[in-house]
Design a binder for this molecule. Structure first.
Ligand code: PEP
Length: 254
């Protein structure tokens, strides 16, 4: 039995005022979603302490948008998984396509981030997904398998007992082009089958979120698919009413 998870990814957005208003508006939807569905927001590192203060007595969980492979030392500008944990983070997104692209993060490097997050008490949210060219060429699962295999090689298949996967087709992120429920379901099913070739029990238990222009309109059909366990939501997670509607879709399909 997989509990659906709806997670916001704020990216590089927010002010003290907007974060305060947004988190306050999400406390009730998150409280009401429990225990049927879980709700989390992943915030820019500078806001994580604020989110902790605002949300700590609620069911709303929070996390970081990335984390470093090191826990401390001379790594200017990085965020340690130990520090993130100290500020109450439950999750750390790793391998978001924007970081793989703009920061040239390889699958092996992402796997090291996943490992560092997990070893320090965070649940890594491993983002995988193909470019439009790979989608058009039918190479989706070649890309996704390579991204998953790097983690399996470094951390083992059992590590997915304490991780979340987010399938995010790059062509759908921030473009308004949501993958159809059928396309998304097929990839989620293929991901589960690939993991099952290593360990069927782990594959059946891991939550696989869909991400890519998921919004209040598209979430109900996406979340009704049998291998889609919720969403990783960018743009629509910045508006409380839209995000609350997505949370409701997860609850309705739990
Ligand atoms: C994301 O960046 O993780 C994402 C899914 O963005 P959007 O919902 O805006 O496409």
């Amino acid at each position: 039995m997989r509990t659906p998870l709806v997670m916001g990814n704020w990216k590089l957005n927010g002010t003290k005022d907007s974060v305060t208003a947004l988190v306050n508006d999400l406390l009730q939807p998150a409280n009401e979603a429990a225990p049927k569905a879980e709700v989390a927001v992943c915030a820019p590192a500078v806001f994580i302490g604020m989110v902790e203060q605002l949300a700590s007595s609620s069911k709303l969980q929070w996390g970081s948008e990335d984390c470093d492979i090191h826990t401390q030392g001379a790594f200017t500008g990085e965020n340690s998984p130990v520090m993130l944990r100290e500020f109450g983070c439950t999750y750390a997104i790793v391998g978001h396509s924007e970081r793989r692209d703009y920061h040239k993060e390889s699958s092996e490097y992402v796997a090291q981030k996943y490992k560092a997050a997990q070893e320090n008490g965070l649940i890594p949210v491993l983002c995988v997904g193909e470019s439009e060219a790979d989608f058009d060429a039918g190479r989706t699962m070649d890309v996704v398998r390579e991204e998953l295999k790097a983690v399996i090689d470094l951390c083992g298949i059992k590590s997915f007992e304490k991780a979340v996967i987010a399938y995010e087709p790059i062509w759908a992120i921030g473009t308004g082009k949501t993958a159809t429920p059928e396309i998304a379901q097929k990839v989620h099913q293929d991901i589960r089958e690939y993991l099952a070739s290593f360990d069927a029990e782990v594959a059946a238990g891991v939550r696989i979120l869909y991400g890519g222009s998921c919004n209040a309109k598209t979430a109900p059909d996406l979340f009704s698919q049998k291998d889609i366990d919720g969403g990783l939501v960018g743009g629509a997670s910045l508006k409380a009413a839209d995000f609350a509607a997505i949370i409701k879709a997860a609850v309705d399909n739990a």
